[in-house]
Design a protein around this ligand. Structure first.
Ligand code: BGC
Length: 740
């Protein structure tokens, strides 16, 4: 080649190369604004590629655009840890050996911490585990309200109060998403029971919807900036929630300005037309061993697959509408796997176990204590431990939140660790609850078989109790069917497996009885007056045993507070009729109908307003120290008020107290709850230390939702600010006026 031709060729090559560099597609350029990347990617896609993104391509993934190098989205349960890998088309385990995660405490345990910082820590850690495992969307947290104590998924949610759940969901979402993983907040909305969850319509007025069932979701979206929302299985006012126009289009997307992706619950999408028009963006779990029968070529048969393509081709659906969905999906990709800053995550790190232990311990609630706790057994003393939950591993079970964890410390092992050098620890099972040790092929390796009869078990426990210096009962519920479990509700709030009789029998032979109830939902405690101390612990995850023993021995001073009311009896609650729960079905009707006749009066809003006694009130929890609230005041500040008081630790142990602010509307024109939580602060104080606590409130905190005006209304008149350490233990009441 002549030099001049060589020069020309090289220059052309260079120009092409440079040219190629300068025309790097916008969607691949992470320095470009998100919306530009979305529009650029969208403009390059075919109709078929767009539709492929709107439905599942496997049990837990939805398609990307391989031609453009846009990766698929990987979804994973769940709220408490990263689910083990499943087969492509099935719920069954894939059998990986490197997918054992850190199990974090159940969300109800997190809610009981009443600690926003711990919620952020939880989100940070679980988000890092999800990212490490290559997941883009974490299917959680769940924030449905505790309407009935029987709901099998209460343990996966954040209690009965919209303000508490709203304050805690925000940092969780931010923490998860700081790892480049979308939090998929679920289950939107009014999905408050498991009984017939796919065939029941929750029917309620807007006031109840806006005041009780939506606020935590709104905060997750508007303050937490959630990138994903999961529609729920049930219907709301007659339309399925995975394509409920009012919930998804009118409220979530229009009113709240949600710009993320709406994902169906697995198998929750039921109709071609509604799936297209009513706000759903990705359809998951419809076929393949899900809620519906599997068909061949199942993913193509999804509502948002071939049926959608047909409608697009024959003009019954518009590409503009499809683009709306794809924009949201692309946004999710550019926020997660194609985010400007790469994230790598971390898995089962010592930091994650430490976080799990801290959160679990901080959420344990000391319900009662006559001074027996903290347990400091003298040298040579005998500690008898009774109850299946001292031994049974509980990270497994419960449904989709079932986990395979690298380690789980059971209470009995942690007790041995703490006491063996000075006291003898002996375990008696006392009763047989659930002997399952394999959940969806996750094997615990425990042997829970039992040859003794129920009578023998009880009498062995009672005999051993006679000689014991301390009797530590560790029982409660578990995560098997009919207990704290997805897909089923409980039938009663009494303890199962004859535990009430067993606790009574133990109380008759010892005056050193500590009862630890491990559960994810409220239980009745008819024996409460006979126990020297009662501790409410939860499914605490990998470090549950350590966390419990930390509290029992005083290594951690308890500071957890109940995120729900512990009633005396189920019948005391607001749900009185079948039409309220579990719903009724008229002859010839397709779906069950359920009416939220109790309106806004759930949980303490009901008990307080009606003046009904409870076993332990919402917000209750003791400490090994004592706290005083002094010098409470309300002062006008700008358009609102500052409510403040001084909290003093008057005991001799360092610890935390949760100061709770409730507002009471004295002169409302509509029936309002006696009081509602509008602020809380968890304050840690050394003995003798004190601190001023301040809450800023405004007219919004005084308002109720007017259905007719479709607006929040704060009525001028008299109000009271109530400051306390539970919904029942109000230490200061300060009247104030709202003049507008
Ligand atoms: C549950 C969801 C879960 C999904 C995927 C459904 O049955 O309701 O909470 O995320 O399954 O496992």
């Amino acid at each position: 080649m002549k030099p001049s031709i060589l020069f020309l060729t090289l220059s052309m090559l260079l120009i092409t190369a440079c040219g190629q560099q300068s025309v790097k597609p916008v969607y691949l350029d992470s320095s470009k604004p998100l919306e530009d990347r979305v529009e650029d990617a969208l403009s390059r896609m075919t109709l078929e590629e767009k539709v492929a993104m709107t439905h599942a391509q496997s049990k837990f993934s939805s398609a990307g655009v391989p031609r453009l190098g846009i990766p698929e989205l990987w979804h994973t349960d769940g709220p408490h840890g990263i689910r083990p890998e499943v087969l492509w088309d099935e719920w069954d385990q894939a059998g990986w050996t490197n997918d054992s995660c850190t199990a974090f405490p159940a969300l109800i345990n997190l809610a009981a911490t009443w600690d926003r910082d711990l919620s952020r820590l939880y989100g940070d850690c679980i988000g890092a585990e999800a990212r490490y495992r290559g997941k883009d969307i974490l299917l959680g947290p769940g924030i449905n309200m505790g309407r009935t104590p029987l709901n099998g998924r209460t343990f996966e949610y954040m209690g009965e109060d919209p303000y508490l759940a709203g304050e805690l969901v925000v940092p969780y979402v931010r923490g998860v998403q700081s790892n480049g993983v979308a939090a998929c907040v679920k289950h939107f909305a009014v999905n408050n029971q498991e009984v017939r969850r796919t065939a029941t319509s929750s029917n309620l007025d807007d006031r109840t919807l806006y005041e009780i069932y939506l606020p935590a979701f709104r905060k997750a979206v508007q303050e937490g900036g959630a990138w994903a929302i999961m529609g729920s299985y049930n219907l709301y006012n007659g339309q399925f929630n995975c394509h409920n126009k009012k919930l998804l289009c009118d409220i979530l997307k229009d009113e709240w300005g949600f710009d993320g992706v709406v994902i169906s619950d697995w198998g929750g999408c039921r109709d071609d037309e509604e799936a297209i028009t009513n706000g759903l963006d990705i359809e998951m779990g419809t076929w393949t061993n899900g809620l519906r029968g599997a068909a061949s070529d199942s993913y193509s048969n999804y509502h948002l697959a071939n049926p959608y393509l047909e409608r697009l081709r024959d003009g019954r659906a518009t590409e503009e509408e499809l683009d709306g969905k794809v924009r949201r999906i692309l946004r999710t990709v550019f926020r997660t796997s194609m985010a400007p800053e790469p994230h790598y995550g971390s898995f089962t790190s010592p930091e994650h176990y430490a976080a799990a232990r801290k959160i679990a311990a901080e959420g344990i609630v000391l319900l009662k204590n006559d001074g027996i706790l903290p347990l400091r057994p003298q040298s040579g003393s005998r500690v008898l431990v009774v109850g299946e939950n001292a031994y049974k591993m509980m990270v497994v079970g419960g449904g989709s939140s079932n986990l395979k964890t690298k380690r789980e410390v059971i209470p009995l092992d942690a007790l041995h660790e703490a006491f063996d050098s000075k006291a003898s620890v002996v375990w008696e099972r006392g009763y047989v609850g659930d002997t399952t040790t394999v959940y969806n092929k996750v094997v615990t390796g425990q042997d829970l078989s039992e040859s003794r009869s129920a009578g023998q078990l009880l009498s062995d426990a009672v005999t051993a109790a006679r000689d014991a210096d301390y009797v530590l009962y560790i029982g409660g519920l578990n995560k098997s069917k009919g207990q704290d479990n997805e897909g089923t509700d409980r039938e009663d709030i009494l303890l199962p497996y004859g535990q009430d009789a067993l606790i009574e029998a133990l109380a008759a032979v010892t005056d050193k009885l500590v009862v630890v109830n491990i559960s994810g939902s409220p239980v009745a405690m008819p024996w409460a007056s006979k126990a020297n101390a009662i501790v409410q612990a939860w499914y605490g995850g990998s470090e549950s045993g350590h966390a419990l023993v930390d509290v029992l021995t005083g290594v951690v001073n308890p500071s957890g507070k109940l995120p729900f009311t512990m009633p005396l009896a189920l019948a005391d609650g607001p749900i009185k009729t079948e039409r309220q729960y579990p719903g009724v079905k008229e002859e010839g009707e397709k779906w069950w109908q359920e009416y939220y006749d109790e309106g806004v009066f759930i949980g303490y809003r009901w008990y307080d307003t009606q003046g009904i006694d409870v076993q332990y009130p919402f917000g209750h929890g003791l400490s090994y120290s004592t706290f005083e609230l002094r010098d409470a005041s309300v002062k006008r500040s700008g358009k609102g008020w500052t409510v403040s008081a001084t909290l003093a630790n008057t005991g001799d142990v360092a610890g935390a107290e949760v100061v709770q602010l409730y507002i009471s509307d004295v002169e409302a024109s509509v029936a309002r709850p006696a009081k509602e939580l509008k602020g809380f602060a968890k304050i840690y104080l050394e003995p003798g230390e004190k601190r001023r606590v301040k809450f800023d409130i405004g007219p919004d905190d005084l308002s109720w939702f007017d259905t007719e005006k479709h607006a929040w209304v704060a009525e001028p008149g008299a109000f009271r600010a109530l400051l306390g350490t539970s919904s029942a233990d109000i230490r200061a009441e300060i009247p104030f006026n709202y003049d507008k």
